[in-house]
Design a protein around this ligand. Structure first.
Ligand code: PHE
Length: 340
């Protein structure tokens, strides 16, 4: 009787092994049939009640059934393995006669793109493009711009100081001074570049960002010239009407000084993280060059005057491409960069 049910169980398990369609299904059959809590194990647990001869005989029958099942399980598993290997080899098939895919082409970073556009624009207006060092002296970054030591305006720009008294430039304005020294008046120059401030980082602040400095020195330069160039600049950048407002702004190197704000192009006015929920973005501080600055660089303020501006290139890129977090720009995430 017991023999028969063992046979019966074994042949049922054999049928399930043959029918298992996946390695997982096969494993389930293995657990049911020969596992520690499987059917054969259950039967052997009940053998204590048998006579010693019966126990011996049934034990042999059980062992034989177990070996038969294990052999069948192994064989089926090998079939699966062979099948998986075949599938992998098929997938790995290579056509060596195909031409190789070319190297993946990159593209210019959005900041570089806008920088180059603006360089072209200003060159067409007779400006020279100048470059200056990122590691600056205190003289060029502050003193020559009418910001003497102990001047409260130094606190407006949290500075990364370097050993030996040099610093990472906090703005591109030192290139104004270098330009005046090197080229003298009349002068039309711009200076795009990277600047650094020791600020905590959030959606609209980075310790490293880009500005584009501009300066024009000539006879009889007035606020009207400044406004003309600023309007030309903004129209070229946005290629649409942008709403601007002019506020008085204080920078020791210009007098009068202004803050030119544009209405936030990301939210259109109601407020968002980029405009700090004010609806306006400070984009273009500017003003007429302070006579002290001209004098320090050897230019006679009685004869010459000028305007200067410091465009926030990073902010501008964020406005133009509607980027709502400054940290994306140098986060190195290709999914972000590939959108441009
Ligand atoms: N250098 C100033 C800044 O970064 C901006 C500025 C430039 C203001 C030129 C006026 C004229 O804060």
């Amino acid at each position: 009787m017991l023999d028969e049910s063992i046979q019966e169980l074994a042949s049922r398990s054999l049928a399930r092994i043959a029918a298992a369609a996946t390695p997982e299904a096969l494993e389930a059959v293995r657990v049911d049939a020969v596992g520690r809590k499987g059917v054969l194990a259950e039967i052997s647990k009940g053998m204590g009640k048998l006579s010693p001869e019966e126990r011996k005989r049934i034990g042999q029958v059980l062992n034989a059934a177990k070996q038969q099942l294990e052999a069948a399980l192994d064989a089926r598993k090998q079939e699966f393995d062979a099948f998986a290997l075949r599938a992998r080899l098929d997938a790995e098939w290579l056509d060596l006669t195909l031409p190789a895919p070319g190297p993946r082409r990159g593209h210019l970073h959005p900041i570089t793109r806008i920088q180059r556009e603006l360089e072209d624009l200003f060159v067409s207006l007779g400006f020279t493009v100048l470059d200056g060092p990122e590691v600056e002296t205190e003289y060029y970054n502050f003193d020559a711009l009418n910001i003497p030591p102990d001047h409260p305006a130094r606190d407006m720009q949290d500075t990364f100081w370097l050993d030996g008294g040099n610093l990472l430039r906090t703005h591109t304005s030192p290139v104004q001074v270098r330009g005046m020294e090197r080229l003298g008046p009349p002068l039309r120059m711009i200076a795009p570049g990277r600047v650094f401030r020791n600020e905590s980082v959030d959606a609209s602040h980075e310790h490293t960002f880009y500005q584009l400095e501009g300066m024009m020195i000539d006879r009889d330069v007035s606020v009207a010239h400044l406004l003309y160039f600023m309007k030309t600049l903004l129209t070229a950048i946005f290629q649409r009407e942008v709403t601007v407002r002019l506020r008085p702004g204080y920078f020791p190197f210009v007098e009068p000084g202004f803050e030119l704000d544009i209405q936030c192009l990301i939210c259109g006015g109601p407020g968002c993280p980029v405009c700090k929920h004010s609806g306006w973005v400070e984009l273009l501080p500017c003003g007429l060059v302070n006579p002290n600055v001209l004098r320090t660089s050897g230019i006679d303020p009685e004869e010459w005057g000028g305007f200067a501006f410091g465009l926030g290139l990073t902010r501008l890129v964020m406005m133009r491409y509607e980027i709502d977090d400054i940290r994306h720009l140098h986060g190195g995430d290709l999914r972000f960069l590939e959108q441009f």
